[in-house]
Ligand binder design. Structure first.
Ligand code: GLU
Length: 418
């Protein structure tokens, strides 16, 4: 069985702390989340019975500012996963130098089997249960796997009803009509595209001659696919929970995007086109492509399949898709991995813009959002790349070094209360 995401995050923290001689006192603080909340969420289901769901909100660190991180709905959600994801959020926010700490939330449920009303009631009840610890200057939630702008709108409305005023800045990733930032919906996928193009540039590869396979065709994968295709890359495979599509000559992305607009649960199942074959998620990971983008869930590239992965570049759209074991196998093979805390940071960067806009009640245009996103991500990418060359280490270690240095400095400067 693979390690939990939290165990993997701690393993990486330990390894990098040793490499950079991080003060053991700082490491000790960062190895434990500050606060973990578990809640029971009763929901009256459509058939009249009450289902009690388990939810979590974990605040890993508030050292650099309010905690920040998404909320996911998935049958596999558990405390260790949420702790791991919260830890990654602290480091992600530090890598792109946002004035935030890290948090994450989740509810163990199968949203595909629930009606809209059940989902709304579950979301609102969960919001009330975590209200004692969230807040626009304490902990600001956002979307993650299987949650979306509509979910964020329910959270914003619930908190606003209790406060007796509209609190835009309590949550990010809201619909644009409800104080959401333009460009937020596309931001994570856009950041994945930017990281991929920057990697190709560093390695002097022509996007027009680059083939790409993407695991996960939700908010991150589908938008990364579209934007990379616009840059000239050939997307030869995509997949979601129902399986994958493969065409060595390049997929017809427009027809796939059109198909999922109306397909059941917006999934790929049932799509047909001449020249396009169906493949499994596992087969997709092993395709002979230049760039592989795991943009679904954690622990996808493992000690079992890593030696068979052929991609030269792996850009982590998901959080924690590569296990520690897989990491070292891939490194030995000479693959370059752009780590999650950099590659998928576009979402939280534009969340930060949304929060700032909400507080100021002054909204930017999409050009301003996208150019600021590109500036922040390019700076982060360049400094990680430069440090990895200087320290002769991989990009994950370099990214963790930069993040740990920032969090460590903040902790030292604040001191330990009392
Ligand atoms: N869930 C996203 C992530 O893992 C976005 C978090 C946010 O915007 O706060 O980065």
């Amino acid at each position: 069985m693979s390690k939990s995401l939290f165990e993997t995050a701690i393993e990486t923290l330990d390894r990098v702390a040793k490499m950079m001689n991080l003060d053991p006192n700082i490491l000790a603080v960062l190895k434990e989340p500050e606060r973990e909340l578990k809640v029971a969420i009763p929901v009256m289901m459509d058939d009249g019975h009450i289902e009690v769901f388990t939810g979590y909100r974990v605040q890993h660190s508030s050292v650099r500012g309010p905690c920040k991180g998404g909320i996911r709905y998935h049958p596999d959600v558990n405390l260790d996963e949420v702790k791991g994801l919260a830890t990654l959020m602290t480091l992600k926010c530090a890598v792109v130098n946002l004035p935030y700490g890290g948090a994450k939330g989740g509810i163990k449920c199968d949203p595909f089997k629930m009606s809209k009303r059940e989902l709304e009631n579950m979301t609102r009840r969960y919001t009330v249960m975590i209200m004692p610890i969230i807040g626009s200057r304490r902990d600001i939630p956002a979307p993650d796997v299987n949650t979306n702008p509509e979910t964020m709108g329910w959270i914003m409305d619930t908190v606003s009803m209790f406060e007796g005023r509209t609190v835009l800045e309590i949550v990010t990733g809201k619909p644009p009509d409800l104080g959401g930032s333009c460009g937020r919906f596309e931001a994570t996928g856009r950041g994945v595209m930017l990281s991929t193009i920057q990697t190709l540039k560093k390695k002097r590869c022509d996007p027009e001659k680059t083939t790409v396979a993407i695991q996960g065709f939700g908010n991150v994968g589908s938008i990364a696919a579209k934007l990379l295709a616009e840059k000239g890359c050939k997307i030869i495979a995509v997949s979601d929970v129902t399986g994958g599509l493969y065409n060595p000559k390049g997929l017809d992305l427009n027809s796939i995007l059109k198909y999922i607009e109306t397909s059941e649960n917006h999934l790929l199942k049932g799509y047909h086109k001449k020249g396009t074959e169906t493949i499994s998620n596992e087969e997709l990971l092993l395709l002979d492509v230049d760039v592989l983008i795991p943009a679904a869930l954690e622990n996808q590239i493992t000690g079992k399949n890593a030696s068979k992965v052929k991609a030269k570049f792996i850009v982590e759209g998901a959080n924690g898709p590569t296990t520690t074991k897989a990491d070292s196998i891939l490194e030995e093979k000479g693959a370059i991995i752009v780590p999650d805390i950099l590659a998928n940071s576009g979402g939280v960067v534009v969340s930060y813009f949304e929060w700032v806009q909400g507080i100021q009640c002054f909204f930017w245009d999409v050009g301003q959002v996208n150019s600021n996103l590109e500036k922040i991500m390019t700076n982060a990418f360049d400094s990680i790349w430069a440090l990895s060359e200087k320290e002769k280490t991989n990009l994950r270690n370099a990214a963790f070094m930069i993040a740990l240095k920032r969090v460590g400095n903040a902790l030292r400067e604040r001191g330990i209360f009392p």
